[in-house]
Design a protein around this ligand. Structure first.
Ligand code: FAD
Length: 814
């Protein structure tokens, strides 16, 4: 360790757990030498030292899998590189299934794994027993094996990363506590410590379960909460294979690892014990909490079933140590919203060892380049909202969060804890109509409507869910008649000031120089031409622009846009999400319905598609935007919040004569997919350009310069190598949810980006990118034979360059 704290460092990393050491290591790997890591006690003394050290490559999504996969690669070479033992060993892993649904989930996972070159295959129970002598498979249905998973020694690996970082030039100090962070003009400029101040340009918060407190130093929301996490180790047990593959019994919520000729067993209980509500004691280091054998009983019960030898084995030690968990059970990476150069790598949800190298590398590249090198949205810190640091919310959600790791990851599975948080003003009215709610970005949204006599609850599975028939009726009502949905959760931003148009012209790929009342669909691109933001912008007046974005991305989008408004520009951005609700009236009869509520002329001539007007509706005066996310004639009403219940009641009363149907989010999703509308995050990401996504109509290359223009010009000249297309499954009742492998002429191409059921085309439906080494052409796309793998079966699929429903986009313009 170094002895004298420097007065300046380019970057200060707070926290010397495995994540902090990995960030230091990876920064030095790309040439940063002026790196200072400060640890309040000793390296690894927070949570890292206590980990079981299991490493698995496959995670719940592509982004986290990439990080975990790289972590294994990194650890495999660390000992040779640094000369320090790491305890890394590739023993393989066996995941066992007790139920049919678990097998379905694992088959999906195995299919997804192949896309990442991860070797995960179904094996017979006999093979599982041979791999893990002593394991009972009596009650099991099947098992899956990955030969490359393994484990590492967490504390030794942390020390090796620290050694690697020091060799690369980083300075590491123990027993120095960061007590504050200095900002200047909302940018990091230094840290205060209990041993003096250090000036710096960048701070990385790797403080594990202390991360929320570090965030509060600069008023940034880091929503994490500690919870007790435990495992027990037995004395040696005869008959076990030394270093047997790690075993995961998801249905029994328990994992097993070979440990000193005995077994280490731990897991993720459904009802966990949040810890540290009154703050984490200052002297906390290498500390265990009170043993809780009652809480451990779940794991022991599963253990006795899986390894009968545990009946007589002696437990050497039960270790209970706190670890941090987040509301959606995924960790946080990236530059925090609102503060320049304040980076975050914490909230590891018990996968910090198996993710640390990936997280460290991702952060190092982000710090170095100023933007992420890879798609990271599911773990991006900007997916969280300021309200999510609320202590009661975090406590209540954490009770459920731990168990989320091993529970069934059914499509659309809802959290049940810490709800409701945000309700639209008509929430109770929707409930009275039978709404079954789902939660998105904290908002309670009607997911589907249960008719009288139908129990209003989600029943999940991997096939058709219990809401399928109700969703179908809602879907068809929008196609044939008229439907009303509440999408108040949409993010709404306002940019105002005389330079607003110029600012937006530079940021947006479409032409924003339009007359007031015009709506523009536009991407906001990065310099590679990839989608950072996907929005519609309505010019309310000469100097006021109204931006509608997804509810989930509003913090990200606000931060992204605000950072790019030049300080000299007369333009301010405001988040007005809560000032307006949004009720959408959609379907061929929407004009008739709205006509009964307003004197405004709704004809095509007076109120064309893609325009907006402030009109009277009932006793209110909302902005009516003639656009559609579901591909039908319709209006989105942006209503000043306090007028909403009255407007809703009036619409419902007038709608009775027309058979108005209330529509939930499940139907909105199947409608948008059937009509080919893309969703940012799944179908379009920072790695995809508008040309690749088939959205060139949103780009105006001749309007002047904008961010991403040169990349698009290049791509236009050279051609594209991937293209978003649509698929329907022929002759199949299988359900598509996204992430299913796509094959062209028998060869894996990619995975679907989203999936649902198209109730008019009467087939399962999906989107996904096809790729080609050569420039991709429509002929090449149409020339292939396609299949989509569903639960292990290759199912013939039909490809569409445009979309199967309303290919000419005429219905919204009726
Ligand atoms: C029982 C158990 C089993 C586990 N098993 C596994 C497993 O098998 N696989 C896996 O991947 N993960 C596992 N984990 C999770 C894993 O241990 C954590 O995700 C990981 O260690 C988190 O690392 P970290 O660097 O984020 O946090 P920490 O290790 O807690 O490091 C944060 C550091 O920040 C320091 N710090 C805080 N505040 C300040 C300040 N103001 N100034 C300076 N320093 C500060 C702390 O002292 C601490 O050392 C397990 C956890 C437990 C408890």
């Amino acid at each position: 360790m170094h002895s004298k704290l420097p007065e300046h460092a380019q970057v200060v990393i707070i926290g010397g757990g495995i994540v902090g050491c990995s960030v230091a290591y990876h920064l030095t790997k790309i040439g940063w030498t002026d790196v200072l890591l400060l640890e309040r006690k000793e390296l690894g003394s927070g949570t890292t030292w206590a980990a079981a050290g299991l490493l698995t490559q496959l995670r719940q999504n592509q982004e986290m899998t990439n990080l975990a996969k790289y972590t294994l690669e990194c650890y495999s070479g660390l000992e040779a590189e640094t000369g320090m033992a790491t305890g890394f060993r590739q023993t393989g892993s066996v995941a066992v299934c007790q139920t049919k649904d678990r097998r379905k989930e694992m088959l999906r996972a195995a299919a997804m794994a192949r896309a990442f070159d991860i070797d995960l295959n179904e094996i017979s129970l006999k093979e599982a027993e041979d791999l893990v002598p002593g394991m009972s498979t009596k009650d099991l249905l099947t098992a899956f094996y990955n030969p490359n998973d393994g484990f590492t020694n967490p504390i030794e690996t942390t020390q090796a990363l620290a050694r690697g970082a020091k060799v690369g030039g980083a300075q590491i100090f123990e027993n120095i506590k960061v007590t504050g962070i200095q900002l200047e003009k909302a940018a990091v400029c230094g840290v205060h410590t209990d041993k003096g101040d250090v000036q710096c340009e960048t701070v990385v918060n790797c403080a594990g379960m202390w991360g929320r407190q570090i965030g509060q130093m600069v008023n940034v929301s880091i929503p994490l909460h500690a919870a007790e996490h435990m495992h027990a180790v037995t004395l040696p047990i005869k008959g076990l294979k030394k270093h047997f593959p790690t075993v995961r019994d998801f249905d029994g919520v328990t994992y097993f690892k070979s440990e000193s000729d005995g077994i280490l067993l731990g897991g993720f209980e459904a009802i966990s014990k949040p810890w540290g509500m009154k703050g984490i004691p200052d002297n906390f280091m290498f500390r265990e909490l009170q043993e809780d054998w009652d809480q451990f009983e779940t794991f022991m019960n599963c253990g006795l079933k899986r390894f009968p030898a545990l009946e007589t084995a002696q437990i050497r030690h039960l270790s209970v140590v706190p670890e941090s968990f987040t509301p959606d059970c995924a960790f946080m990476v990236g530059e925090a919203p609102g503060v320049k150069n304040f980076f975050v790598g914490c909230g590891m949800n018990s996968v910090g060892i198996q993710s640390a190298a990936g997280v460290g590398r991702a952060l190092a590249h982000w710090i170095d380049r100023g933007y992420p090198e890879e798609q990271l949205w599911p773990v991006d810190v900007r997916r969280y909202f300021p309200w999510q640091q609320n202590a009661k919310y975090l406590y209540d959600r954490t009770v459920e969060a731990v168990g989320m790791l091993y529970h069934h990851h059914y499509p659309n599975r809802q959290r049940t804890s810490a709800r409701p948080v945000i309700c639209s003003p008509i929430h109770d009215r929707l409930a009275d109509h039978g709404a079954v709610f789902s939660q998105a970005a904290g908002w309670e949204r009607a997911d589907w409507f249960a008719p009288k006599g139908v129990e209003p609850v989600h029943q999940y599975n991997w096939d058709r869910p219990n809401w399928f028939e109700h969703q179908k009726k809602e879907h068809l009502a929008v196609r044939d008649g008229v439907g009303l949905y509440d999408l108040t959760s949409m993010g709404k931003l306002m940019i105002q000031g005389r330079d607003s148009e110029a600012v937006l012209q530079h940021l947006c790929a479409n032409n924003i120089d339009v007359v007031p009342g015009q709506i523009v669909y536009t991407p906001v691109l990065n310099k590679n031409g990839g989608y950072e933001i996907d929005v519609t912008i309505t010019r309310f007046s000469e100097d006021t622009f109204f931006i509608v974005t997804s509810g989930a991305t509003v913090v990200h989008d606000f931060d992204y846009l605000k950072r790019r408004i030049p300080s000299y520009a007369n333009a301010v951005i405001t988040d007005v999400t809560h000032a307006y609700t949004m009720l959408a009236i959609m379907g061929p009869q929407s004009r008739d319905l709205l006509h009964a509520l307003t004197d405004a002329d709704l004809s095509n001539e007076a109120f064309p598609y893609s325009t907006a007007q402030e009109i009277d509706v009932a006793y209110a005066r909302p902005w009516a935007l003639r656009m559609s996310y579901v591909g039908e004639l319709g209006w989105e009403l942006y209503i000043p919040t306090m007028f909403t219940t009255a407007v809703f009641d009036a619409i419902v009363a007038e709608g009775r004569a027309l058979g108005l149907k209330l529509i939930g989010m499940q139907a909105v999703n199947s409608l948008r997919l059937e009509t080919g509308y893309r969703h940012w995050e799944s179908d379009i990401t920072p790695d995809d350009t508008p040309y690749e996504a088939g959205l060139s109509f949103g780009v105006k290359l001749d309007k002047g310069d904008f961010i991403g223009r040169s990349a698009l010009l290049r791509q236009k000249e050279l051609g594209i190598h991937k293209r978003l297309v649509m698929f329907t499954l022929e002759n199949s009742d299988a359900m598509l949810f996204g992430s299913e492998p796509i094959y062209r002429n028998g060869q894996w191409m990619n995975n679907t980006t989203s999936g649902s059921y198209g109730f008019v085309v009467a087939r399962p439906i999906a989107m996904g990118y096809v790729k080609n080494r050569e420039v991709i052409t429509d002929e090449w796309i149409l020339d292939g034979d396609y299949e989509i793998e569903v639960q292990g079966k290759h199912t013939p699929a039909k490809v569409y360059i445009h979309k199967p429903y309303d290919p000419k986009n005429q219905r919204a313009r009726m």
